[in-house]
Ligand binder design. Structure first.
Ligand code: ATP
Ligand code: MG
Length: 574
């Protein structure tokens, strides 16, 4: 038994409105604003949102919050949500990122109404800039970057006007046209909005609208050498797409007056409303793309899809389901208050989802051979292993048992400590689904003294039951048949950082034990045909997924998604 593949799942859950169907997300202050707008008929009956990533990295779990919010609103209000690449900064952007973003949004279960690129609007953005110049609301400034900074003033001091502020409309038009033609080197001129150098909001002190950058753009090639600034491009792009609610994170709150100024000054036919919410921050996690890129470039992780990365692709490869991520985003809610969410909450979501859905399997991560000396050679029995312990309707599978088995090395102690109820010389345990076995002897490597094999006997009267003499055992351990099990590589992942807030020094706060590779694990034969991205609970070990990149027929590779219980909570409680 296997879980449906994600593609099947995703397609099946795509509603006609184009987004993952599920119960409506809980209400929040943004939904209340939309309810009110619908009541007053502000945008008619339209609700149009967008998700506007810059294609300069892979999407992370913070983006998932914004995706669930924007696409969730479109879904629940029968509106639309566009995917827009905010690609106005040519030097950092790449098609690899564009493609990954599209894949990640789809994988999360959402479908965009329209796919757009801010770079598609370059010509229109240019025309609007010309209009601003003609209105006397924008000018070409020839101060150096350094001087502009100096003229801008500070939080406590007003700025000073640029000596170029009063250039004539004609001169500005001519200079701007020449900027476009490529007549000037980078940094020699910028186009600035003419607003108010004394404004208490620094964003309104004649902000730059265009800068010269002789750089190749991943879509427009070398057609442009001037590129619009984010604040200018964003409001116009929203307007061109007829967005009603432009939802962004709190750091743009102070930029809202500029957003509104551009649209008001140009008297555009529609004026989207910018609404800010607080970003997702997670404990034990760094989130900014810049820092994630650093981890990739310094090869601290194996790539953007490393299962320890907080990228959507990393979580996917780690074994997270899109449902668990959407559930997490619903649970954390949307507010205007900055906060940090415990990463354990995210782990709880995937644990819950997989507990519900993942078929059970027996896997021995660190095998120790057991020979059951009184079990007939060549005999094989098959036990019925329930696919799900709480869901008998999910059926059973056959688990073969034979004279030679593997058990988990840590389920044996030669000199058991107090409270150790598993296998030890002279001690008896139950083998899951099977018999009681008693350890009668050990074989050691003469050179190292290490126990390499256990000798046991089994009690035929305990087949799936307790013996008639009423004898009890305290431990039940898992096992696989030596001859029937298959080898697998198992990758144990853990949190990438040891500190709750790793931001201050990401490198120093790395968890040295975030990755362990076990090359010679043994898994029950039913897993021999595991397909990439199939998820299982390895009993007593945790949830695992067949690696989407490396697992192939004849080469099993499983990643640990999450342990069965939160071991970090225990650590913290010590
Ligand atoms: P980063 O700082 O990680 O590079 P960003 O804000 O520069 O992120 P963008 O590609 O510009 O990344 O973001 C696209 C959208 O996702 C924006 O609307 C942004 O506000 C939102 N977003 C980014 N990070 C988060 C986060 N941690 N929580 C919620 N929304 C986020
Ligand atoms: Mg950004």
């Amino acid at each position: 038994m296997t879980l449906p593949t994600d593609t099947a799942e995703t397609n099946a859950t795509l509603a006609t409105s184009g987004t993952a169907s599920q119960a409506p997300a809980p209400t929040n202050f943004i939904r209340q604003i939309i309810d009110e707008d619908l009541r007053t008929g502000k945008n008619g009956t339209r609700v149009a949102t967008r998700f506007p990533p810059e294609p300069n990295g892979y999407l992370h779990i913070g983006h998932a919050k914004s995706i669930c919010l924007n696409f969730g609103i479109a879904r629940d209000y029968k509106g639309t949500c566009n995917l827009r690449m905010d690609d106005t900064n040519p030097t950092k952007e790449d098609v690899e990122y564009v493609e990954s973003i599209m894949k990640d949004v789809e994988w999360l279960g959402f479908k965009w109404a329209g796919m757009y690129y801010a770079s598609d609007y370059f010509e229109k953005l240019y025309d609007y800039a010309v209009q601003l110049i003609k209105l006397g609301k924008a000018y070409v400034c020839s101060l150096t970057a350094e001087q502009i900074r100096e003229y801008r003033g500070t939080l406590t001091q007003p700025g000073r006007e640029s000596p170029y502020r009063n250039r004539s409309v004609e001169e500005n038009l001519e200079l701007f046209a020449r900027m476009r033609k490529g007549e000037f080197p980078d940094g020699t001129h910028v186009l600035r909005a003419k607003i108010d150098m004394a404004s208490p909001n620094i964003n309104l002190r004649d902000p730059a609208l265009y800068r010269i950058r002789h750089a190749h753009h991943h879509r427009t090639g070398d057609r442009w050498c001037i590129y619009p600034m984010y604040d200018y491009a964003h409001c116009i792009s929203d307007m061109l797409e007829g967005i009603t609610h432009s939802i962004c994170t709190l750091e743009f709150e102070d930029h809202r007056p500029l957003y509104d100024w551009c649209l008001e000054t140009l008297k555009t036919p529609c004026h989207p409303q910018q609404i800010e919410f607080s970003r997702l921050n997670l404990t034990y996690t760094v989130m900014s793309k810049r820092k994630l890129l650093e981890l990739v470039q310094k090869k601290i992780v194996q790539g953007w899809d490393d299962p320890r990365m907080p990228t959507i692709l990393g979580f996917r490869r780690r074994g997270y389901t899109p449902e668990s991520i959407r559930d997490f985003c619903d649970r954390i809610g949307v507010t205007k208050k900055e906060n940090v969410i415990d990463v354990a909450q995210l782990e709880a979501c995937i644990r819950e989802d997989l507990d519900r859905r993942a078929p059970r399997a027996l896997a021995v991560l660190r095998p120790l051979k057991v020979v059951i000396e009184n079990y007939p050679e060549g005999q094989v029995e098959e036990f019925d292993g329930p696919n799900h312990t709480q869901k008998p309707e999910l059926g059973t599978r056959k688990v073969p048992f034979s004279r030679e088995l593997y058990i988990e090395r840590e389920d044996f102690m030669e000199e058991p400590t107090k409270g150790f109820f598993r296998l030890a010389p002279g001690k008896e345990v139950r083998l899951r689904f099977a018999y009681f076995v008693k350890c009668t002897g050990v074989v050691k490597d003469p050179a190292t003294g290490e126990v390499t094999e256990l000798r046991c006997t089994y009690d035929p009267e305990t087949r799936g039951t307790n013996p008639p003499d009423g004898r009890k055992v305290k431990g039940t351990i898992h096992w696989v048949s030596a001859q029937h099990s298959v080898p697998a590589e198992v990758r144990l992942y853990d949190r990438l950082f040891v500190k709750e807030n790793p931001e201050d020094d990401t490198i120093a706060n790395l968890n040295p034990k975030s990755f362990e590779i076990i090359k010679d694990a043994r898994v029950e034969r039913n897993l021999a045909s595991a397909k990439p991205e199939e998820r299982y609970q390895f009993e007593r070990q945790g949830y695992f997924v067949a690696d989407m990149k490396d697992c192939a027929p004849g080469r099993l590779v499983f990643n640990r998604t999450v342990t069965l219980r939160d071991s970090w909570a225990k650590e913290a409680g010590k």
